[in-house]
Design a protein around this ligand. Structure first.
Ligand SMILES: Cc1ncc(COP(=O)(O)O)c(C=O)c1O
Length: 390
């Protein structure tokens, strides 16, 4: 990682003329986004490490005041606990081996675990002995309009959740309830509906929870999706929580990933070849851009050319990644200057979430370089809002 802080992706292109893909990270953008989230969410904010575990991203979040981390594996737990001695770690993967559960407990002093099945509770009972432990029961929520449904694989049905909550209490653990409405959730009301279901489960169980974790799913403002502002999500949560009659000391929590980091990072790629309306670039769906396919999203993009102007006329280009696989093509055309050519760079914005975290090294291609910048590319309306604020 370079110590230099560049103005923007253009300055990066000018300084290093990279023939390889480069992440351009704006720590100040991540810090500002995280601070806003921390100020506006009416409870405790955990960062979901899986979304982007790059040390510089974690540092920006830590600098903004994030001290609670949703971790889902021993390597994530080790990374956070070795980096930040005052971090509070939560093991939020509902399925883990006995050895991993015990190691998290014994070696890393993790005391917060999530489960969605009785056999997982048995593992915690075996590992935890008489220590004070918080056990969250993850509830399956109904499918809603989100880019990923995260309730398909995990989550207990209301009936199972009722039984698990009672058992958690009987074992002497402090019970909590959690859910995830789906990543990039486009319906604020989904949180309210999930909380209604939580209310039903809690009244059937007759258990007073110490923790209520409403998960992640808060959207980034990608082009063309019309995501509502975060305040609409927080209002929906407040409304839903009010109806639950929770104990006064019940801690409300959330585990955002994407909403904290998506906007803070751009990807600088280079055009390797142009064939008419087709471009071949040096990163793709096996690398930093897998979400374009999985989540069917579009991202802002602009051409950077060091010598001379680019055309003002735009044209739609089909964009291929660098691997030999024909599947390595971006699902949406990119609207770029019609004279874009070999050796031009393209800055692709809003790639902070699930990019480096999900990238493979297929065919020997991977983005290994990260530099810091002040400004990253954002969609037009956001740029206008930023300049209106001065
Ligand atoms: C348990 C859990 N919490 C939080 C997150 C973060 O979700 P998001 O990035 O949508 O906020 C995820 C994402 O997969 C998750 O599985």
């Amino acid at each position: 990682m370079s110590e230099t802080r560049y103005a923007d992706a253009r300055a990066v292109a000018k300084a290093i003329e990279p023939s390889y893909p480069v992440y351009c990270l704006s720590p100040s953008k991540i810090e500002a986004t995280a601070r806003n989230f921390l100020n506006a969410f009416p409870g405790r904010v955990l960062y979901a490490v899986k979304c982007n575990p790059h040390p510089r991203v974690l540092q920006a979040l830590y600098d903004a005041g994030i001290r609670h981390f949703d971790t889902a594996s021993l390597p994530e737990i080790a990374q956070i606990s070795e980096s930040y001695s005052d971090a509070h770690l939560y093991f939020m993967h509902p399925v883990k081996s006995r050895t991993v559960t015990r190691t998290a407990f014994d070696v890393y002093s993790v005391r917060d675990f999530v489960i969605d099945h009785g056999a997982e509770l048995d593992k915690i009972v075996a590992a935890a002995e008489s220590e004070r432990v918080n056990v969250f029961v993850r509830l399956k929520t109904p499918e809603t309009k989100a880019l990923y449904n995260l309730a398909a694989k995990f989550g207990a049905s209301p009936e199972v959740a009722v039984d698990l909550l009672k058992r958690v209490q009987k074992e002497g653990f402090r019970p909590g309830l959690s859910f995830h409405v789906g990543s990039q959730c486009l319906v604020p009301q989904a949180f309210n509906e999930a909380l209604n279901l939580a209310g039903y489960v809690l009244s059937r169980a007759g258990v007073h929870i110490h923790y209520l974790d409403v998960g992640g799913g808060f959207p980034a403002n990608y082009p063309g999706q019309g995501a509502a502002p975060l305040e609409a999500y927080f209002r929906s949560i407040k409304k839903g929580v009010k109806k639950l009659g929770l104990r006064n000391d019940c801690v409300l929590m959330c585990e955002p990933g994407r909403a904290l980091v998506a906007d803070g990072c751009s990807l600088l790629v280079q055009v390797l070849l142009r064939k008419e309306n087709e471009l071949y670039i040096n990163d793709g769906i096996y690398g930093s851009l897998s979400e374009l396919v999985l989540a069917k999203m579009q991202l802002p993009a602009r051409v950077i050319r060091l010598e001379g102007e680019v055309s003002q006329t735009l044209r739609a280009f089909k964009v291929y990644g660098p691997t030999c696989d024909s599947f390595d093509v971006l699902p949406h055309p990119f609207l770029l200057p019609d004279d874009v050519r070999e050796d031009d760079w393209i800055e692709i914005g809003q790639v902070g979430a699930y990019s480096n975290a999900a990238a493979t090294k297929f065919n020997g291609f991977s983005a290994e370089t990260l530099v810091e910048v002040n400004e990253v590319l954002l969609p037009e309306p956001m740029l206008q809002a930023a300049s209106a604020r001065g």
